[in-house]
Design a protein around this ligand. Structure first.
Ligand code: NAD
Ligand code: UDP
Length: 337
């Protein structure tokens, strides 16, 4: 079985590509490297002791997509390629809608012409907005995302749901990720943000590595365990395993299925700082700052559906996530060379 992985050089895509290769599947990665390094892919090959095929290019390039499908006998697509910086999406909404929404439509058009109808899509818990009940389950309404990034995920989910309803040849998995963190236990692949990190763990890692002076904790007046924001952090290797299980599930099905991928447990920012300090032995200086606009107080998953239908469950706990994040940072203090 051969899988096209768009965005496979990126953080989640590289870990999932490794899981696919380790499971004996063949992989073609298509990535324009706008937010990643090809070194991630050579490290994936080293870890898997197997080769993959890399095509440098853009999902908006229809002629290139047609060539990729003509050159390779692709059975299914895992679609990670997209832009993900919330703040940037507010400043440049067209860039986000072009890349994330129009890019996905171009990909689906090329897939249909090539007779490839199996698709696993990277969605996000952001599609739930702030529903006022926890944990978040798949039946809750979506659409109240507060920024263009989140809206692009809502729109793609809608397009893919309509596509699945219109044509029974499609079999589509919408995977709603909670907060992916951590790295492969080898420390060879991990998250490699460009510029100043937006997300909590990359920021803490850079403070620990001495590249940033202190962490700003955004808000300590939420109705949570200690006033700071609570999230469901999931190890990226567990997330990669969820993709493999979703792929197997859609092999035998048609239509559109939605699965949350989270642990079901929420941790506050202060709890994360404490766990990271314990795992790394580094003190993380922080200051309390105002809430970050658009942030929700708390968010965690009901992943029962993925457990029942995919036989999937996150197995790595908070200590593993912190230890693996720190090993990756220590071994690669400036990211990929
Ligand atoms: P990432 O930026 O590390 O990976 C995305 C990859 O896609 C990068 O390698 C980038 O170069 C590539 N890319 C972007 N636009 C492209 C285009 N037009 N054509 C070809 N390649 C392109 O991000 P990630 O954290 O690995 O996220 C992967 C997917 O998961 C994204 O769709 C993201 O929105 C989604 N997601 C991520 C998170 C998270 O917290 N990391 C949470 C929920 C959903
Ligand atoms: N956060 C923080 N300081 C930072 C980055 C994040 O206090 O520099 C908080 C943020 O307010 C949220 C949690 O950490 O409560 C997770 O934020 P992240 O951006 O990683 O994920 P998201 O907000 O997308 O869930």
């Amino acid at each position: 079985m051969k899988i096209l992985v768009t965005g496979g050089a990126g953080y989640i895509g590289s870990h999932t590509t490794l899981a696919l290769l380790e499971a004996g599947l063949d992989v073609v990665v298509l990535d324009n490297l706008c937010n990643s390094s090809p070194v991630s892919l050579s490290r994936v090959e080293e870890l898997a002791a197997r080769a993959l095929t890399f095509v440098e290019g853009d999902i908006n390039d229809r002629a290139l997509l047609d060539r990729v499908f003509a050159d390779h006998s692709i059975d299914a697509v895992m679609h990670f390629a997209g832009l993900k910086a919330v703040g940037e999406s507010v400043a440049e909404p067209l860039l986000y809608y072009r890349n994330n929404v129009a890019g996905t439509l171009t990909l689906c058009e090329a897939m249909a012409v090539a007779n490839v109808f199996k698709l696993v899509f990277s969605s996000s818990a952001t599609v739930y907005g702030e529903p006022g009940e926890m944990p978040l389950h798949e039946q809750l309404p979506t659409g109240s995302a507060t920024n263009p990034y989140g809206q692009s995920k809502v729109m793609v989910e809608r397009c893919l749901s309509d596509l699945g309803a219109a044509d029974p040849r499609w079999s589509i998995a919408l995977l709603r990720y909670f907060n992916p963190i951590g790295a492969h236990s080898s420390g060879l692949i991990g998250e490699n943000p460009n510029g100043l990190p937006n997300n909590l763990l990359p920021y803490i890692s850079q403070v620990a590595a001495g590249k940033l002076a202190e962490l700003a904790v955004y808000g300590n007046d939420y109705q949570t365990v200690d006033g700071t924001g609570v999230r469901d952090y999931i190890h990226v290797v567990d997330l990669a395993d969820g993709h493999l299980k979703a792929l197997h599930a859609i092999e035998a099905a048609t239509g559109v299925a939605v699965w949350n991928l989270g642990t079901g447990v929420g941790y506050s920012v202060l709890q994360i700082i404490e766990a990271f300090e314990k795992a790394s032995g580094c003190k993380i200086p922080y200051r309390l700052a105002a809430r970050r606009p658009g942030d929700t107080a708390e968010c965690w998953a009901d992943s029962g559906k993925a457990n029942r239908e995919l036989g999937w469950q996150a197995t790595r706990g908070l200590a593993d996530m912190m230890t693996d994040t720190w090993r990756w940072t220590r071994q690669n203090p400036t990211g990929y060379p």
